[in-house]
Design a protein around this ligand. Structure first.
Ligand code: HEC
Ligand code: HEC
Length: 225
């Protein structure tokens, strides 16, 4: 009996060592990268962004959301993760190092198969419109969830902080147009065009709102560099 346990113990150690030493023969590099990213995600991001990256309303956004992954460029994700949105609850992860941040992005990319629209959206022309009209639309429609100051959760609301400098710095006008039009499925952010819209906004009105958001002063990038 005694011996049996000793042997079993030894076997476990050997198996553990083998697991660490054996090169990943079956998993291709892309796959193992995503696995590594999933682990990093599990130990650093899960607490706020929830299991399977389904963030709860008012805590952190849903990172596996198909409409987010479809429009967020690697640069958007990389900058957001590296520098955070420190004023509104998203810490900076620069200390993880660029490689690990890339692995997390790789993992997130495996969560959606929709073709990316990021390059196309980011190449769109800048919004043109009337900031005053945009401000009125913002306060009557968007502020309910995003807060009067656009600071989202910080103001006790369920929407993200779309008035935050770290967001405004990386989100292109095309990115914003897409979110406002199409929303994010499975969240309170419903699109503002089409039959299912909570309120129909014309392209011009959407641009007015974006022009208004662009009047919010952008503070220098946060503590991490
Ligand atoms: C302490 C809680 C917390 C942790 C931990 C955290 N985040 Fe966040 N994250 C947030 C909050 C809050 C936001 C939204 C801020 C806002 O805009 O209102 C956010 C936003 C984001 C966004 C932008 C999503 C969008 O819809 O634009 C990305 C990407 C992101 N986080 C990635 C990560 C990754 C990757 C990790 C782990 C390395 C991580 N976060 C860890 C709280 C957290
Ligand atoms: C009923 C609540 C609600 C209303 C009204 C609303 N939003 Fe949202 N919005 C949300 C939520 C919740 C999210 C975050 C979704 C998620 O978790 O991914 C969001 C996300 C966004 C994002 C993406 C932010 C990011 O970090 O990537 C933008 C841009 C946005 N909303 C713009 C607007 C604008 C402009 C309006 C007004 C025309 C508006 N929203 C009205 C709830 C709302």
């Amino acid at each position: 009996m005694h011996h049996f346990y000793r042997y079993r113990f030894r076997l476990v150690i050997i198996l553990l060592l083998a697991a660490f030493i054996t090169p990943p023969v079956f998993a291709g590099p892309a796959h193992s990268n995503a696995d590594a990213g999933k682990k990093i995600f599990g130990s650093n991001c899960l607490g706020c962004h929830q299991a399977a990256a389904n963030g709860g309303a008012g805590i952190a956004p849903v990172l596996t959301n198909p409409e987010l992954l479809r429009i967020a460029s690697d640069r958007f994700l990389f900058t957001t993760i590296k520098h955070g949105r420190s004023a509104v609850g998203m810490p900076a992860w620069a200390w993880l190092g660029d490689d690990k941040i890339r692995q997390v992005i790789h993992y997130l990319r495996t969560q959606s198969t929709l073709p990316s629209l990021a390059a196309k959206l980011n190449a769109q022309s800048a919004a043109k419109g009337d900031a005053k009209r945009g401000a009125m639309l913002f306060s009557s429609i968007c502020a309910t969830c995003h807060g009067v100051g656009g600071r989202g959760y910080e103001e006790g609301h369920t929407g993200a902080a779309i008035g935050d400098s770290d967001f405004l710095r990386v989100a292109s006008d095309g990115f914003m147009r897409y979110v406002i039009k199409h929303g994010r499925s499975g969240t309170a952010m419903r699109g503002f065009s089409g039959a299912e819209a909570m309120a129909a906004l014309s392209d011009r009105e959407i641009d007015d709102v974006i022009v208004y958001l662009r009047t919010i002063p952008i503070t220098p990038q946060g503590d991490a560099s």
